[in-house]
Structure formats: C-alpha cells, structure tokens
Write a protein that binds this ligand. Sequence first.
Ligand code: UDP
Length: 474
Amino acid sequence: LPPSPQHQVVLFASPGAGHLIPLVELARRLVVDHGLAVTVVTLTGMSNPATDAAVLSSLPASAATAVLPAVSLDDLPPDIGFGTLMFELVRRSLHHLRALMEGLSGSPVTALVCDFFGTAALPVAAELGVQGYVFFPNSFALISIMRHIVELHGDAAAGEYRDLPDPLPLPGGPALRHADLPDGFRDRTDPVYAYLVEEARRYGRADGFLVNSFEELEIAMAETFKRDAEDGAFPPVYPVGPFVRSSTGEKADESAFLEWLDHQPKDSVVYVSFGTGGALSVEQTAELAAGLEASGHRFLWIVRMPSLDGNPCALGTVPGDKDDPLAWLPEGFLERTSGRGLAVAAWAPQVRVLSHPATAAFVSHCGWNSTLESVAAGVPMVAWPLYAEQKTNATILTEVIGVALRPAAAREEIAAAVRELVVGEKGSAVRRRARELREAAARAWSPEGSSRRALGEVAGKWKVALVSGNGRIA
Ligand code: UDP
C-alpha cells in the first residue's frame, strides 16, 4: 500500500464546468504526481449538477469531494449579471467553506486553492493558518488586466479603462483595443466592476498563483511576472498548464462522434463549438451555417439553442425538453450538407475530437480551456469570441500567439477563414504555429518541463508548510 498522504489541499471551485474542469485536472495531478490528499469543494446553484458530477468522476478514487449547502441569492436584482451572481454566491458560501474545512478529517490541511471567482476565500485561508493560493484558469494577460484595474480605480484622475489610450498597451503583452477588454472592465457603472476591483485588490494577499498557461505560450508576460515576483511587487505566478483533461466522463455519447470522424480524411474536418455557455443569435447562426456551407469543407458542429434576447451568454439557462437547437438552422442546410457535415445538439468529447487526426481547424468562442485544448492538439482556430474575456483571448491568439484567424461574423469572411485554415496559403503560417505550440505544450509537461517543475515547486511548499508548525511558510 502507498503511504497515506501527510498533507491535504482543499480546492474550491466556482460554478460552471469551464472552471471545474481545469481545477479537477490540477487536483488529479496533485494526487497522482505529488502524493497529496485533496478535497474538491463545489457550490450549489448556478451549475449543472450532472455535468459537475461527470467532471468530478475523472478524479482519482482517493480524492474527496464536497458540495457546500445552497445559499439564497433571491434578494439580488434579476438583471444583475452572471459574473456578479458568481461572486455573491462565493461570498455567501464562505461560512460553509470555513465550517467544512474545520471539520475535515484525515491529513491536516496545508493549503486552500480558490479560483478566479473565489478569492474572497483567501482571508478564510489566512484565518485557518493555511496557505492561500489562486488557481487562475486563464492567461497571464488576464491577471495583468486585473492588476491594472486596481491601479486605475485608485487613481481617480486616470479615470477608467475607457478613458485610456485605445489600444491599451499591457506590460509584456498585447496592445488591447477597448472593445476587446473583458466584459465588466469597460464601464464603472456595470455592477460587476466593483466586484472585479475588490477581487483584484485581494491578489496581493495570495501566497501565490497557479496559472493555466505555459511559459512558451506567453513568454514576455511570464518574464514580466517573474521579475515582479522577484521585486516583491506581486505574488509569484507559477505557469502550470496546459491542463487538458484526458476524459470527459460522459462515455456513452463519445463513440458516435469518434466513429464519424474515423470515416473522414486526415485534416479535413472543421470542429465548431462555443463552449458550455456560448449562444449565437439567430442571425449569427444563419451566417455561420452559410459560411460553413460555402467553405465546401467538412464540419462537426455542436449546435446549441440560439439566444433570442441578444445575450450571448446562456450559462445557467437550462434548455426545455422540447427545445430543438437543430430546428434553428437555416431551411435545407442539413440536407444540403449531408454527408460532409454533422450538426449535433449534444455534449461533445471535445478533447478527443480536437486530437483526432481528421480534425483540421476549430471554430471556437475562445474560452480558455478550449483554447488550450486546441493548442495542445496543434489545431489552428477561427476565433469567434462571444462574452466574458473571450475577446481578449481572441486578440492574444491572433495578434500575439498567431494560432488563429478572426473573421467578421459574416458568411463570406467565415468561409474564407475556414478555407485558409484548412488548405490556404495564408493559413499555412497559422497551421505551422499551431504545430510548434503543440510541441511546446508537450514540452511543458515533459519530465523536465517548465510546468511540471513549477507545480512540483508549489507542491513542495505545501509539503514543508506544516513543518513550520502553523501551516504557513515562515
Ligand atoms: N466541452 C466539452 N464538450 C462540449 C462543450 C464543452 O467537452 O460539448 C468542454 C471543453 O472541452 C472545455 C470546456 O467544456 O474543456 C469549456 O471551457 P471553455 O473555457 O472553453 O469555455 P466556457 O464553457 O467556460 O465558456
């Protein structure tokens, strides 16, 4: 029998599969590679319990899970926005988290890891005398934007992001057009703005950050953060990605997708998906369909219900039993593309689809998990960002990293971008870059790779923490 772990880490996930997936992958590696005991804590409300359970099922058997009791959000205005709701749900659940941590049996807890929406839990870690880390499920660039918002907020004369030069140069990063800033950062009157400032202010209290990126993906940014940590200007940020899970947990549906792909030629299929919450309008759906049709290429399109109210974020909305996303596709589209296109309204085994030899390109909303999965599989992207920080990600992918094209959401442009990425001359540089990054992503997690070493360093800190007696490093 392996020795029982001496140290336990609590990982506190904010709602949504997009947040849980990489945190679970982190937990898995802490158990398997570093012999730590882990408890993954999820919240009640705002995420689909069945999807959460499927994601959690990829944890090793020894990992524990816990669900915090429901808290009421009924007093909040209905139009408050998804981000604000998440921040509030976390805040109102903190006493449950604390009680849970105090009651945990087994190995003593040495660290609490929260994610982007969960930094309100950092003071809980401090109160309990354990290290507080932030797992940042996104890019270095987004941490940089978060740091910047605090400076701006503290300097009334500087105004806010929209008063700054456009585009706005980020230290060690891209020049970001205001239109491509994440939602909530453009306008102080947005309810989520105050929450973002408060979150970002807490960053200085973290013992460290783990970021789901890798050195070679954001070289200049990684260097900037390294210098800032050495100067004591910001906590150390350890690039530990890319975390790409090996399985989706939902086995039953997978074989049909993969069998279809098995019958397609190598590098021929365009995979189309907008993540767990992305919703196109009816017009965008029609443009995309026409673009895919006009491209003449094969495609595998994960179709979701369109947004009828113009909100591109459908997180938290549960489709009705009678909803049929395929019914919203243009008249005759399925018949005309039959044989070369597959449109399905189901949860796709995305990681396997992206790494399938038939897959040539990915029309993506640029969610960070999807981005890393595409990068790790060497698949170039057509960027179609919708909400949250997806436009920022799209900018990084096209203008800094060079693995995506970003067409206007109009049929001719979409068809042209798809053709370029699959067979075109201009697209060949993007395809080459995608292949290079696939190698770089693999190197990051090779035995001596940068991300593997970085996670080992952090795990080492968590293991010595108890030696000093109070759970914190002196
Ligand atoms: N995903 C999947 N099948 C689907 C839709 C999504 O496996 O049909 C996974 C995808 O592989 C990724 C995650 O769900 O790991 C979505 O995260 P991302 O950050 O890309 O976007 P979000 O859903 O948070 O907007």
